[in-house]
Write a protein that binds this ligand. Structure first.
Ligand code: SF4
Ligand code: SF4
Length: 301
């Protein structure tokens, strides 16, 4: 059994308690326009071109069978012509051309995970499954969680909440210690516009998870990614705060907006136009304003 992995990052201090290994899965059922990991969206191996690393030797252009590489193309590669043969990657001397995504087995992943076990044990850390959406492939993730459990490794899943509840309840919940659960937009139509799907399943799964967590001892942390003018609005934040309150939840984490995603988009050939407000870091005062809007629930930082 293999699945596509974007990256495995060791020694992380930002993705849960203690020192952690973060496994980023590739593929997501949502299509959030501000996704800070845009290269994790598609469940296929992609081609990346990094302008900063390129030495303009044109070795890649010489071997491309589709003549898809030329300085005249925006971002160097004509993605409509490219057939993802990756011959350009093999000859690139600087690493500017690279593949994004690697099929891995559970044993492959566990080899990475187990070598840092002493760090988890001394720091109260463990393994975080992120993405993309890890719960897109529940049978694989279930098996991976079981292996972590067998090795006494703490497990945390970061999810968009867009998963099959019955499979989650039977195959994931028994093996998962903590869930970081993103709630982005409370309005269904806005959720469809900015994230590509309805939020009905996400909100319904959240309610069921809160109920289940009480009997199974799963720690659930709801999170709101702050996106200027989209999620970081008064209407949205007070709406989510009310939803959480109605669910009996008294904590929420606000995620500071990260404006670095457009550069990542360009590397994989996505040249979407970006609104000016989304190209800047969020000012501290704006973050404080957002905190006040969800003040009915305690903020976890
Ligand atoms: S991956 Fe695309 S750009 Fe690279 S050699 Fe193959 S067809 Fe050409
Ligand atoms: S082979 Fe690599 S370094 Fe040379 S032009 Fe192509 S991308 Fe740039």
């Amino acid at each position: 059994m293999k699945t596509l992995i974007l990256e495995i990052k060791g020694n992380s201090l930002d993705d849960g308690p203690g020192i952690r290994t973060v496994v980023f899965f590739k593929g997501c059922p949502l299509n959030c326009i501000w996704c800070h990991n845009p290269e994790s969206k598609k469940a296929v191996i992609e081609l990346s071109w990094d302008k900063k690393e390129c030495i303009a030797c044109l070795s890649c252009a010489k071997v491309c069978p589709e003549h898809a590489i030329d300085l005249k193309y925006q971002n160097f590669v004509d993605r409509k012509k490219c057939t993802l043969c990756f011959k350009c990657v093999d000859v690139c001397p600087s690493g500017a051309m690279s593949t994004v995504g690697k099929p891995m087995t559970i044993d492959d992943i566990m080899q990475h995970v187990l070598k840092d076990k002493p760090f988890y044990d001394t720091s109260g850390g463990g393994v975080t499954l992120s993405g993309g959406e890890p719960l897109l492939n529940i049978p694989f993730v279930s098996e991976l969680l079981k292996q972590c459990n067998n090795n006494a490794i703490h497990t945390l899943i970061e999810t968009s909440g867009y998963f099959n509840w019955n499979e989650f309840e039977s195959c994931i919940a028994p093996y998962c210690n903590t869930v970081y659960y993103d709630i982005k937009l409370i309005d269904e139509e806005k959720h469809k516009t900015y994230c590509g799907v309805s939020n009905t399943k996400i909100l319904s799964n959240f309610k069921k998870l809160i109920h289940l967590s009480q009997s199974m001892g799963i720690h659930v942390v709801p999170r709101i990614p702050l996106v200027p003018g989209i999620t970081a609005t008064e209407q949205n934040l007070t709406g989510i705060a009310k939803f959480l309150h109605d669910c009996g939840v008294d904590n929420v984490e606000l995620l500071w907006y990260n404006p670095l995603w457009p550069e990542k988009c360009m590397k994989i050939g996505n040249n979407a136009k970006v609104d000016e407000t989304l190209t800047r870091w969020m000012p501290h005062e704006e973050y404080e304003r957002c905190k006040k809007l969800v003040s009915g629930v305690t903020i976890t930082l």
